[in-house]
Write a protein that binds this ligand. Structure first.
Ligand code: NAD
Length: 245
């Protein structure tokens, strides 16, 4: 089993890469920084799986095409892709710059499109595969100061459903996952907030009274990618402790 995880150097991506490695997968960990990718690959190998780092900025068409072709050259195939790389920029829409908008949309939405296109073109020649796109419960509800992020993730869901319908005939199962608040480096950018304060604030937003863990999301990605979910396609699995219900 060959698995590609983008944004695999940290947070949910790293937890998912480790979980696939525990299942014996060969895992390609993709991301922007060579240094953090090397650390991530060492952590994934500790789980007993085989792993390789491939630098890739998912906003670049050329780099994404290269990522998938290098994966196939190195490991012979691509069975499962977790399109997880994403960014969130917080701010009022009235003050959001066009450059900030572009950064969010080009990473979260265009990146997912570019990855899916390259992955599908390989998988359809290879007899099928599984794709899981990381959306967010912010696609289902409004959250303060996250309009661009929410819009980009809602579009990821729409893209997921459309592609699922088109490619199921070629045995490519495409689904999304929508986590609620998970304490990862994504939210660690407020200089005025300690990690404890951050966790408390995020937990208070969820009716469950706690944040999710990267491992809880990873487990659901593995389930969606498994034969147990063989008849599930075009679905969005919300993992948010009822926050968006
Ligand atoms: P994270 O910051 O640890 O992970 C995001 C990863 O994406 C990082 O490794 C980052 O370097 C990488 N990345 C960003 N831009 C990239 C680019 N252009 N090219 C390649 N890699 C890039 O945070 P996370 O919470 O683990 O986020 C993973 C995914 O989960 C994101 O898509 C995020 O939107 C989604 N998500 C997170 C939460 C949460 O509360 N943490 C909730 C819902 C959805």
């Amino acid at each position: 089993m060959v698995v590609l995880v983008t944004g695999g150097a940290s947070g949910i991506g790293l937890a998912t890469a480790r979980a696939f490695a525990r299942e014996g997968a060969r895992v390609v960990v993709a991301g922007r920084s060579r240094e953090s990718l090397d650390l991530a690959v060492a952590a994934v190998r500790e789980e007993g799986g085989e792993a390789m780092a491939l630098p890739c900025d998912v906003r670049s068409e050329e780099q994404v095409e290269r990522l998938v072709s290098q994966t196939v050259s190195a490991y012979g195939r691509l069975d499962i892709a977790f399109n997880n790389a994403g960014v969130s920029l917080v701010g009022s829409l009235s003050e959001f710059s066009a450059a900030e908008w572009d950064e969010v949309v080009s990473t979260n939405l265009t990146g997912t499109f570019l990855l899916m296109r390259a992955e599908i073109n390989h998988m359809r020649e290879n007899g099928g595969g599984v794709i899981v796109n990381n959306a967010s419960n912010a696609a289902h509800m409004t959250l303060p100061l996250l309009a661009a992020y929410s819009a980009s993730k809602a579009a990821v869901l729409s893209l997921t459903r459309a592609a699922a319908r088109e490619f199921i005939v070629q045995d490519i199962r495409i689904n999304a996952i929508s986590p609620g608040p998970v304490d990862t480096p994504m939210w660690a950018h407020r200089p005025d907030e300690t990690p404890e304060d951050r966790r408390e604030r995020m937990a208070a937003a969820s009716p469950s009274g706690r944040v999710g863990t990267p491992e809880e999301v990873a487990d659901m990605v593995l389930w969606l990618a498994s034969p147990a979910a063989a008849y599930i396609a075009g679905h969005d699995l919300v993992v948010d402790g009822a926050m968006s219900s």
